[in-house]
Ligand binder design. Sequence first.
Ligand code: PMP
Length: 463
Amino acid sequence: MFASLSPEKTDLSKMDAASLWHSLVQHKPFSQKPPKCMARGVGCHVTDTEGVEYFDGVSGLWCVNVGYGRQELAEVAYGQMVDLAYFPLTSMGHEPGIRLAHKLLELLGYEGKVFFSTSGSEANETAFKIARQYHAQTATAGSGPRYKIISRYRGYHGHTMGALSATAQAERKLKYEPLVPGFLHVSPPYYYRFGDGQPEDVYNAACLRELEQTIRYEGAESVAAVIVEPIISGGGVIPPTEGYLRGVREICDRTGILLIYDEVVNGFGRTGKMFGYQHWGVEPDIINFAKGLTSGYMPLSATVVKQHVFAAFLDEPGTDSHFRHITTYGGSPVCTAVGLRSIEILERENLCERAAEMGEYLLDKLQQRLLDHPNVGDIRGQGLLLGIELVKDKASKTPLESDIVASVPRYCMDKQIIIGRNTNTIPGFTNVLIMAPPLVISREEADQLADTVCEAVFAMPSS
Ligand code: PMP
């Protein structure tokens, strides 16, 4: 008999055990300790069904940028559902979709077109298809087809088959092979781990040379796009070296390859500016958003192309060059209305500036208190996207054992503070603690977060 139907098993944790498939966790331990069940959220805090309150130091999955419990977002969603709950963005439009597309282009400061989907993975899939079709329609006679997509190791781009193929974290892919052909990977500028004592500019040049050589070996005329997260997020919080994005842009320009930014995590204030790439001032051809676009209140993503890319999709008489791509829920009136208001909140409350200020405060505090710890290799990040890389010793940089690293989020959880860690399972790469709290974090909350994380690091069992 189906367990949740039996009368004695109607409480939530038993129903959970009977029916819910959770992401990224082993389910066996749930038989001893059922997963917590969250019920409410306000600001940076969520409360479970037992009434226990937690500080959410990772904003759900780095997405609740404006914080929990925003009544006005609920009201906007309600009002929009009453007015027009659903309509597709095929041959017709609707007001919130139009307004949000316009707003995104205004924020980016350039002309282009916005294609809405519902998740970060789909935004990336959309970008890959756009890149391939763009080249198919701009190829000169005898060239192409340009179909290859180059991404970087440690980059995460999603769970669907194309986005997973671009994701270059082997541990996430092994059991799902074969994936989509035509995806290649190069090294990211992971200076702390692979800089090997070289000056940063020398290492940066080596990373760029690797990209350029890969393109040369593959044949530039076969490569459609390069995709990068300006700051790698789930792969261990890895900001680019100085000059890296400019160098990638130059290589793409020289070789006719489109540059795609995955700003699914970086976007909407997370790094202390509206968009992560704005720290380096290097624009892409295509940019992808999700998560912070609605602060996680609604499933929405966007793929924004510059006008020169869209120009290849304008049907000339007698041609058939429009984009053959459709999504039922992408850009629904409710999702786009909520996105628009979430951005309005970011702007009204100066949350990008706040993220910059609080991020610097937290980074400084963590560095002052932890950098001398023998197992702390590096503390890095931008805005409220922060990582602490734990090592066995500073000289060898051998990653600290996963079970020791795991004691830190566990300790924090016991103090009702949720932090993340890089969940990769390749031995040696589970060692980055992650903090990405809502951008509304107060100084007191930042102090509490930093104090608890520091205590937890000092309480780690020895290696
Ligand atoms: N890109 C990046 C950088 C991400 O971090 C994620 C999700 N964590 C995705 C894409 C995929 O987004 P989604 O889970 O909404 O498909």
